[in-house]
Design a protein around this ligand. Structure first.
Ligand SMILES: [Zn+2]
Length: 332
């Protein structure tokens, strides 16, 4: 039997009056991201435009928390990722700190063996030097190009199907005031009005984390670091913090969403398995049934966790149980 190392989460959260993902400011109007969405009405498919939060926005928050968790476990994080600038090792300049200034290069007449060796050296150096790039992947676009696929995948957050038509976008009027006493700048308006489009919906998103791929080469499958278990723990803890703090999305300073996580399902499997999308109302039952089928067909281990069932009252209960199971399994 293999080891439980693939984590999949389905999350539903209620967010009232949020500005988690703004796409453009035109004059004094800041617009919320919206996407086309297929729903069925009266038995017929129909496209509606709904508020959405991009996967990129969620991934950014996750990687910021990953940098923090990694550092708290004394794991390496490069200076760009530490600063929350996820340019990654995209070129020689950004990769150089992982190699003490000397990124491996191909010679003029490089043969296939040398190409394989240099690609492996570059990937290994970057993975060793930065946990965020180990888990979140990178694209080194030089000669030779080196690509590492992200070990986590996250969907857009979209309104759940059964209530998509109730999801709303409304502009809110705000005002910035100029000073009314003391010195006043000539020509300054007393106040400036602006509008922020705010969304309200029950959103759903899916998050997958392939713990088996952390600290392991994309090319050879070889283990590249000694502290694999600790790196995996940092990756799960970052996800825990992200959900527990609700610290994702933009404009939180004045548009912190009013609401919270209303459902959460998690699975731990040996091989990749994705929970049923939480946009569907039966996602928990469907996930459990699918998981039972996979277990029976492949003879593999699998664990299922659901908020609201078996003593898991809060999202933290579920995530703590996931970490506990991974510790017992020896994965982290
Ligand atoms: Zn980095």
């Amino acid at each position: 039997m293999g080891v439980l190392s693939f984590l999949s989460l389905g999350v539903r959260f209620e967010a009232n009056v949020e500005a988690l993902n703004m796409v453009e400011v035109s004059g004094n109007y800041a617009r919320h991201r919206r996407v086309p969405y297929i729903i069925t009405e009266g038995g017929k498919p129909k496209v509606v435009y709904v508020p959405a939060v991009s996967g990129e926005s969620l991934a950014h928050a996750y990687q910021e928390l990953l940098a923090e968790e990694a550092k708290s476990l004394n794991l390496p994080v490069c200076s760009y990722c530490s600063a929350g600038e996820f340019l990654k090792s995209m070129d020689e300049e950004h990769a150089s700190e992982k190699f003490g200034g000397k990124v491996p290069k191909l010679s003029q007449r490089a043969k296939k063996e040398e190409l394989i060796r240099v690609v492996n050296e570059i990937e290994a150096g970057i993975v060793r030097g930065c946990v965020v790039e180990d888990v979140g992947g990178f694209l080194y676009a030089e000669k030779p190009p080196v690509k590492r696929t992200s070990r986590f995948a996250v969907s857009y957050a979209l309104p759940i199907k059964s209530m998509a038509t109730y999801a709303t976008l409304e502009p809110q009027l705000h005002a910035r005031h100029a000073r009314t006493t003391g010195e006043r700048r000539e020509g300054a308006a007393e106040q400036m009005i602006y509008y922020v489009e705010s969304g309200t919906a029950i959103y759903a998103f899916t998050f997958n984390l392939d713990l088996a791929g952390i600290g392991v080469s994309s090319y050879s499958g070889a283990q590249l670091v000694e502290d694999v278990g600790k790196r995996r723990l940092a990756a799960v803890r970052a996800l825990y913090r992200m959900l527990s703090s609700q610290g994702f999305g933009a404009k939180l300073s004045r548009f912190f969403p009013v609401g919270g996580i209303v459902s959460l399902v998690a699975t731990l499997t040996e091989r990749p398995f994705t929970v049923t999308s939480p946009i569907y109302d039966d996602f928990a039952t469907s996930t459990r049934q699918r998981l039972e089928r996979v277990k029976a067909t492949f003879g593999e281990k699998a664990l299922y966790f659901e908020m609201g069932a078996e003593g898991y009252r809060t999202p933290e209960d579920v995530l703590s149980a996931v970490i506990e199971a991974l510790k017992q399994e020896g994965t982290v």
